[in-house]
Design a protein around this ligand. Structure first.
Ligand SMILES: O=C(O)c1cc(=O)[nH]c(=O)n1[C@@H]1O[C@H](COP(=O)(O)O)[C@@H](O)[C@H]1O
Length: 286
């Protein structure tokens, strides 16, 4: 198997060179309509191509949300394949937002889909759900190590329903989310400059979580823009861990399309807000 440089190393470099912003490629039906496109495969293709053309040469990470492609069936998946390939060729890291999770033997097939370089959907990293037990993710974690890709595990999600599961207290007194972060810390032990195994922690949490965010890996922070969080929330949620945060904005940027310049300007504004928020979080700790 061909192996890339570890994902964490590649991500740290991209964050240093381009800033840490991740922009989502979420072709909502409403956005296709707002862009003057048809809600069909031609609209999907045009939307995705435009986002890649506008942003793949300047943001660190693009995150296609697989569901919006899957809803068009096999032809939607074909557009997703091309989107991933074109975004990677233009220099962005691609984080496939698939949120997969299943028993280990099935997880191995999901892992092969996104993290095996021979797969048509090969991506730099994938989101997974650990709620069949962290150990069920092992095939994805192992394949990521082999192929130089990354895995982002849901820990404290941005939606209001998350705490029902994620704040639940385990028999040993730790919360489910804290246990997921502990697993990731162990996964990333000894990695430098950054581990390849990330956690998803919503920018919407409002305050610093009780759980320890120092996992020596990236922290994907969705929720800025349409879900109500702003870059200014990053210091209070992430504190000293802000230097490893990859903030995601999807609709907040996408609503400025289809004009390529307007998409670029919006992403640049978010990138500047994020840069100054991260700087102030790190500065206040010194
Ligand atoms: O894993 C994710 O990306 C994710 C985790 C989470 O806790 N919350 C969350 O919103 N997301 C994704 O991040 C994107 C947020 O989109 P906007 O609300 O439009 O910025 C969507 O693609 C969600 O599926």
């Amino acid at each position: 198997m061909t192996s890339l440089e570890p994902f964490g190393t590649r991500l740290r470099r991209a964050m240093d060179e381009r800033g840490p912003l991740c922009v989502g490629i979420d072709p909502h039906a409403a956005l296709l309509t707002d862009w003057g496109l048809t809600d069909d495969i031609a609209g999907l293709e045009r939307f995705s191509r435009t986002v890649v053309e506008a942003l793949a040469d300047r943001v660190a990470v693009l995150k296609p949300q697989s569901a919006f492609f899957e809803r068009f069936g096999s032809r939607g998946i074909a557009v997703l394949e091309r989107t991933v390939a074109e975004a990677r060729a233009a220099g962005a890291l691609v984080l496939m937002d698939a949120k997969r999770g299943d028993i280990g033997s099935t997880m191995a097939a999901y892992a092969a889909t996104y993290l095996d370089p021979a797969s048509p959907l090969f991506s730099d990293a994938v989101t997974v759900s650990p709620y069949l037990g962290y150990g069920s993710l092992r095939p994805a974690l192992d394949l990521a190590r082999q192929s130089g890709t990354g895995v982002f595990v849901l820990a404290l999600t941005s939606n209001p329903e998350g705490p029902e599961v994620q704040h639940a207290v385990r028999a040993d007194g730790s919360s489910v989310a804290a246990a997921m972060l502990d697993h990731l810390r162990a996964e990333n032990a000894d990695a430098a400059p950054l581990g390849s195994f990330g956690a998803v922690v919503g920018a919407t949490l409002g305050t610093a979580p009780a759980a320890d965010l120092a996992i020596n890996g990236p922290l994907l922070a969705p929720g800025i823009g349409a879900q109500g969080a702003t870059a200014a929330d990053l210091p209070k949620v992430f504190g000293a861990a802000a230097g490893n945060v990859v903030p995601n904005v999807s609709r907040g940027v996408l609503r400025h399309g289809p004009d390529v310049t307007a998409l670029r300007e919006s992403a640049a504004r978010f990138a500047e807000e994020v840069r100054s928020a991260v700087e102030s979080a790190l500065h206040s700790k010194n």
